[in-house]
Write a protein that binds this ligand. Sequence first.
Ligand code: PRX
Length: 660
Amino acid sequence: MSDSTKTPRSDGQATLEALLAEDRAFPPPPKFAAEANVSDPAIYQRAADDLEGFWADQARKLDWFEPWQTVLEWNLPFAKWFVGGKLNVSYNCLDRHVKAGQGDRVAFYWEGEPGDRKTITYAQLLDDVQRCANALKELGVRRGDRVTIYMPMIPELPTAMLACARIGAPHNVVFGGFSADALADRIDDSQSKIVITADGGFRRGKAAALKPQVDEAVARTGIVDTVIVARRTGEPVNMVDGRDLWWDDIVPRQAADCPPEAMDSEDMLYLLYTSGTTAKPKGILHTTGGYLTGMATTHRDVFDIKDDDIYWAAADIGWVTGHSYIVYGPLANGATGLMYEGTPDYPDPGRWWEIIERYKVTILYCAPTAIRAHMKWGPQYAARHDLSSLRLLGTVGEPINPEAWMWYHDHIGHGRCPIVDTWWQTETGMIMITPLPGITTTKPGSATKPFPGVDADIVDADGHSVPLGKAGYLVLRKPWPAMLRGIYGDPERYQATYWSRFPGAYFPGDGAKRDEDGDYWLMGRVDDVMNVSGHRLSTTEIESALVSDPRVAEAAVVGRPDELTGEAIFSFVILKSGVETTPALGEELRAHVAHKIGAIARPKTVMFTPDLPKTRSGKIMRRLLRDIASGRQLGDTTTLADAGVVETIREASAKSADEE
Ligand code: PRX
């Protein structure tokens, strides 16, 4: 089903040309630079000259129960960092701050969508985590056991993650927007016997239930023996005797004393499933010492975090951004963070700006999609609030168009705040290409430079480095401490997916270009992965969901450029003979995909077509389909089995109806 990694896509090329016409540049404001955590550009040379020494210096800022013997063991593509060292992530995120007299410091300001609020100090979070850890132990969870967590954005979510880290049980957080089927796959693959969930969460003013999906998923997998349910919405919930327990019945009665396990630096901290180019999601495996070192370092240096900052990563903990930059990085640095449960436009599009004013947020980190949504709603909402506390802005998850960058800079940052456009992935664990806000001159749309110690390059199809100004494939040549250690249970897939396209280098699947200053401009995925609203989705996974409907014979899914969501899901569907094409059927198929994977995967467009363009060897030609979906001129069609197919599809395309 894949024609991946041919050339960086033509839509990326067009975007890139527009981006490179961009000549605005913003040096760090002098006051910001003078006070920044990192202000000496020598950091780049230092890290390049002595990679291991650089990272060892960073790792020493954490508390280790036992020191490491070797900084790095690198047997390409398998890395081990801080070998022999022992530490505990929850100890580093909580105990050491409390021991240093910081127990009363706020770890999280939490705000629920209905407007309820909580302030959680480091001392309190440590208590909660220890009680939760003891509850897990009472339920038989042992070091090494995987725990699946499927929760809304409530304080119990980071509590549960840190409790797992405390007892050495890797967590597997599944985003609450995923369906029962998607949850079941992730429970199965990770072999979790326990699930932590909630009755539901609030979204757009309504209670959105989670427990029914858990019931359905657990019935399907047959391996879960315990479900812990936190109370959030108060809606009625079906509790299964002998299997389901209320959080409130088991956690609060535990002792608030649970000694942290001394974990090996290379012990698994968590699994996080992400979409690849096949129908089966990959369990990305992150370990302990290197990961936490990467998080603490990048969070401190990229976000310039200071004691008096109020830091808000407006993301969901169910994705890697939340793992790394809501939970582990900020807590490792003893920062004060903000967690918000709901949507940005409830009860109206001023909600974020009201939150920033109320808590005097100083650093905001969000996805370009959210910025584009705010642009659409209009700057009047932000203008009604005092945003003068903000001093630094960040973006993540997808390329940011210069227009959105400038809007963010002008209407939110009031021209005063540097913007860090951070490129990274679930697999990289930490930010990899980014400005350092006290050093880097930023340009709207460019993620600028690799983080110190990150050895990035851009290569052509044969793996040769391309000159400045030319587009190609982004690769990373040296290991970094937070890198994934593998795909859970599938070392061959790890090697094949990331390390075989360009021998000796990690291939993240992105196209990119460097400008004359050596600044990086990311151009989007070059494989069968889409990026919709900063969420990563596999075309193949959606195709599988479509063909699981008995009326569908074949399906092909591509991303189409979309002003708001970056890319939108466009699906071509061939029905089985005798099945009638109706608008209702299109709607049913869209709902079917949402049911199979989750609402985020619901195609925006379903186009019924009599055939699909294929190469002589039978591969679907996605490049052509992308051209058709976005209404562009067709490229070379000579490898088509039947060039007439394209015309047929094109005609059908003119008739296809968008859902709006
Ligand atoms: O294509 C890149 C895009 O998001 C992909 C990673 O997705 P995921 O693992 O879900 O992690 C998202 C949050 C880190 C990348 O391969 N991407 C991420 N950040 C940027 C980006 N593309 C351009 N610019 C970025 N700043």
